[in-house]
Design a protein around this ligand. Structure first.
Ligand code: MSP
Length: 459
């Protein structure tokens, strides 16, 4: 096994402020980055913002700002949000930065020179929300199934990339897991899409101004998705390519599992090892949308709850590959039950007894929870947390059943030392998920200065 670990999130459109959906992927990536760092791997964690294209230009116009001014503002908000949420990214890429623009031009020149690009005319439907050319199977009466808005009719001169040329090779690579797509259902989804036949795709637009110019034809702008996908290479400041893991939501699977590897095959660069596709969540049963007014701002949420509470909730509440529902009442319940009661009380009860009985225990190098680590390796956050909470439950039951306070000194020491070690293991296993909480627990283990880790608040 190589010691490097290169993990990415999608780069987010700066048409609006970050919401809880973006937060979901980013926290998941952060947990894995921290987990592998803890294991001694050299981690490179890349995230950033996707700043060109029609959708962003439209939002800038609506805000009455020049696109660059607008994207500077929103990109800064993304960065600030991730810093607030304790996201340990190693590099934050912005696609409007000159080094990225140069990279994109160089990459396109290579494909152009090897004959995989040709000029043509595109005529069809385009969803600005998805920044995607749509085929009829992705629409319902011309309405985008994701955005529920009508598509634009476009007819423009473009350059096409010979995607069809790579159909067979892609099929083979995905079937053989040379490019692993997980969960399995997503792999099958991609394979059946490829099997239907791949059409060449437009990689430039002539009616869009805001973007990188095609190097051999300044009248054309590079299609925003090609621009964006290339962030994974231009942002690879550690020269770790190929990426070990791209984390993405199910909405952007085709771009990552079809167009992206084909572009890489065209220039003969290695493919990413794995793409993991997670589900989407709704908010109290409804699609999150501005018009419904139910968009959840992670920064506001972090003012009510500690950052770790949000990190915990979104990864514990539902399985990562599947869709789920985000509800504030469930968040409150989990805060009270899992965090304040189960975990908080375990630490407080155990350490109070140790302090009261004046028992001296030296902090040790606690092993992590093997079962939880095993699940994390498989990108199963919920299942990993379930395992950690099994340990917490067991330890709580042990106190209740063994009642160390009624035991003689020798027995008391034995029981409390064992509980102390169990809490050490819990703190280690929790570290990638809840870094601040883990630190607090480790501090209290060391100093026996006991304070509630999750104070009851008037939530
Ligand atoms: N800019 C493109 C990605 C380019 S990557 C080379 C894009 N950006 S986006 O801002 O729309 O972000 C999409 C990603 O945000 C999804 O793939 C997913 O990771 C996350 N989510 C957005 N809404 C979400 C939910 N409601 N639920 C879960 N994740 C969500 O697409």
């Amino acid at each position: 096994m190589t010691s490097k670990f290169f993990i990415t999130t999608p780069i987010y459109y700066v048409n609006d402020l970050p919401h809880i959906g973006h937060t979901y992927t980013t926290i998941a990536a952060d947990v894995l980055a921290r987990f592998y760092r803890q294991r001694g791997r050299q981690v490179f964690f890349l995230t950033g913002t996707d700043e060109h294209g029609q959708k962003v230009a439209k939002s800038a116009k609506a805000a009455g700002l020049q696109p660059q001014e607008f994207t500077d503002k929103i990109a800064a908000e993304f960065k600030k949000t991730w810093q607030k949420l304790n996201i340990s990214f190693d590099f934050f890429i912005r696609t409007t930065e000159p080094f990225h623009e140069e990279y994109v031009k160089g990459f396109l020149n290579k494909i152009w020179e090897n004959g995989d690009i040709y000029p043509g005319q595109y005529e069809g439907l385009y969803c600005v929300g998805c920044e995607e050319y749509k085929s009829q199977d992705q629409l319902e009466n011309g309405i985008c199934l994701i955005h529920k808005t009508p598509c634009e009719k476009v007819k423009e001169k473009v350059y096409f990339f010979k995607l069809s040329k790579y159909q067979k090779e892609l099929q083979k690579i995905i079937l053989k897991n040379q490019l692993e797509i997980a969960p399995e259902t997503r792999k099958n989804e991609v394979l059946s899409f490829i099997k239907k036949g791949l059409k060449d795709v437009a990689i430039s637009r002539s009616k869009v101004e805001w973007g990188i110019k095609v190097p051999w034809d300044k009248k054309q702008t590079v299609y925003v998705w090609v621009d964006a996908l290339l962030n994974y290479l231009s942002g690879d400041k550690n020269h770790f390519w190929p990426a070990d893991l791209h984390l993405i939501g199910k909405d952007i699977l085709r771009f990552h599992a079809v167009i992206w590897p084909a572009l890489l095959l065209s220039v003969r660069l290695p493919l990413p090892q794995k793409i993991f596709v997670h589900g989407f969540f709704t908010i109290s049963g409804k699609k999150m949308s501005k018009s419904l007014g139910n968009v959840i701002d992670p920064v506001k949420l972090a003012k009510t709850y500690a950052v770790d509470v949000i990190r915990y909730f979104i990864l514990r509440e539902f399985s990562f590959g599947e869709d789920g529902d985000f509800s504030q009442s469930r968040l409150k319940e989990r805060y009270q039950n899992d965090l304040a009661n189960d975990l908080g009380n375990l630490v407080q009860r155990t350490l109070s007894l140790i302090k009261k009985e004046k028992i001296k225990i030296k902090p040790g190098a606690a092993p992590s929870c093997a079962a939880a680590d095993h699940y994390l390796e498989q990108i199963k956050f919920k299942e990993a947390l379930d395992e950690i909470w099994k340990l917490i439950g067991q330890a709580n039951r042990e106190i209740d059943q063994k009642k160390p306070w009624v035991k003689g000194q020798k027995e008391k020491i034995k029981i409390l030392t064992s509980l102390y070690r169990q809490i050490e293991t819990i703190a280690t296993a929790l570290k990638p998920f809840l870094p601040e909480t883990s630190k607090k627990i480790q501090n209290q283990l060391k100093t026996l200065k006991i304070k509630p880790i999750f104070p009851s608040t008037n939530l």
